[in-house]
Design a protein around this ligand. Sequence first.
Ligand code: FES
Length: 113
Amino acid sequence: MDWIKVCDEKSLNDGDLIGFDYQDNVDNKRKKLLIAKIHGKIYATDAICTHEYAELTNGFLNEEEKTVTCPLHLSVFNLDNGSPLNPPAEKPLKTYEVKVKEDDGGVYVLLKY
Ligand code: FES
């Protein structure tokens, strides 16, 4: 397990939806995380839709519902637990623990290998 820094907390505003690319040490592939901030809380999930290949960072954030909508076929995912709320997506998105470190003000995401 590794905490990786994805951005500075002060650069992330409420309503922001950004992507972060990283190298997965297990299967040696490039992967993408979605980072979103809603009402001061930061969420991290996989950035690729579980239905087909679409980047959810190009989708739509709903701050009231705390969801992201896939730009390709419009499945909606809960950012807290990754569950899809409507078809065609059926599998949940992976979600990640997030913390802000006091010493450098960085946003860190816990990757579980
Ligand atoms: S690719 Fe996301 S719902 Fe189809």
